[in-house]
Ligand binder design. Structure first.
Ligand SMILES: O=C(CO)[C@@H](O)[C@H](O)[C@H](O)[C@H](O)COP(=O)(O)O
Ligand SMILES: [Zn+2]
Length: 197
């Protein structure tokens, strides 16, 4: 494939996956918005985590809760678990990389809080341990995955929400996760501030 065909392929493929994901994710996205609005309204907080590109997604989402999305409003409580290099290096060094998120969930999580877990494979050990720890803290989970959800699928309960992108390529899954996090932000603002347009 020459470069211009590769570029075209990615735009076409991405548009196709976005369209397919709409069908699959519309209902769980509405449930996730409900869950987040509930937690925010009850003065709970949102923790988010992921590795690599998903770490960027997690901190992006939390930045829009604590800062703002499109409209001025009060700040919402959220913490990204992949941004504090002192915690990440201390916990990673002393307890192991698989424990970097679990330890923070144990330190910060309270019943009724939400853990937003980004993992395209559903198999990252540190995210899986964070989900287990969040359940122990009586938190709810919103899991953003792909590749049929991997190990995460079997960990979630009826109280949790699974946003599983119907694709096997990490980059495509991440592209839909990025759209999904903006849909969540828009939904939260619409429910708490009223419809904009
Ligand atoms: O962004 C990308 C690939 O697009 C990578 O950095 C990717 O996030 C990393 O390989 C992650 O370690 C993958 O973890 P996960 O999505 O399977 O949990
Ligand atoms: Zn990437």
């Amino acid at each position: 494939m020459d470069i211009s065909s590769r570029i075209s392929f990615h735009f076409d493929d991405s548009a196709r996956v976005v369209a397919q994901s709409h069908q699959v994710l519309a209902e769980p996205l509405a449930a996730a918005i409900d869950m987040l609005v509930n937690t925010i309204s009850n003065n709970g907080k949102v923790l988010a985590c992921g590795n690599g590109g998903s770490a960027a997604d997690a901190q992006h989402f939390i930045a829009e809760l604590v800062g703002r999305f499109e409209r001025d409003r009060i700040p919402f409580a959220g913490i990204s678990l992949n941004t504090d290099t002192s915690i990440l290096t201390a916990v990673g060094n002393d307890y192991g990389f698989d424990n970097i998120f679990e330890r923070q969930v144990q330190a910060l999580g309270q019943p009724g809080d939400v853990l937003v877990a980004f993992t395209t494979s559903g198999n990252s050990a540190n995210v899986i341990k964070a989900i287990r720890a969040a359940h122990e803290r009586e938190m709810h989970i919103i899991a953003l995955t792909g590749k049929k959800g991997g190990t995460v699928t079997g960990l979630l309960t009826d109280q949790d929400v699974h946003l599983c992108v119907p694709h096997d390529r990490t980059m495509r899954i991440q592209e839909v996760h990025s759209l999904a996090l903006h849909v969540l932000c828009d939904g939260i603002d619409a429910m708490l501030l009223g419809d904009s347009e």
